[in-house]
Design a protein around this ligand. Structure first.
Ligand SMILES: [Zn+2]
Length: 129
């Protein structure tokens, strides 16, 4: 069953939150207590841009057990419109449709299922826009 829309939106907002350093302006993801550049703790949360462009990509064929149901899959480095670079799976397209420099948008999907406890981890991936 799908969770109510408002819960889903709340969860999605939370998953796409990084930090911005108020001392040096550096942005980083995932969220942490300290700036990854200058170690300042004068940081605040910010919502990542949800669109960007694909810089590099590769196809993954050998993977960990928890990801085996998705293999082969495509992983890329995306430069978000707010300049932050993040790694993510590229979905909703075939390998021959993926091009460096193409525009992508963030989509929220299951990242992995934990085999033993059946836990589902959600996160963002990228689809052509
Ligand atoms: Zn900083």
């Amino acid at each position: 069953m799908e969770p109510p829309k408002i819960w889903r939106e709340k969860r999605e907002r939370y998953l796409a939150v990084g930090i911005k350093c108020l001392d040096c302006e550096n942005k980083s993801f995932p969220k942490s207590e300290f700036c990854t550049k200058c170690s300042s703790n004068n940081v605040k949360e910010y919502k990542l841009a949800d669109t960007g462009k694909l810089l590099y990509f590769t196809q993954i064929t050998q993977t960990a057990q928890e990801m085996i149901e998705y293999a082969p899959y495509i992983v890329g480095i995306v430069e978000l419109d707010d300049t932050l670079k993040v790694t993510g799976q590229i979905v909703d397209c075939n390998l021959d449709e993926v091009k460096e420099g193409m525009s992508v948008r963030m989509v929220f999907r299951i990242l992995a299922r934990d085999g033993n406890e059946g836990l589902i981890r959600y996160g963002f991936k990228f689809a052509p826009s």
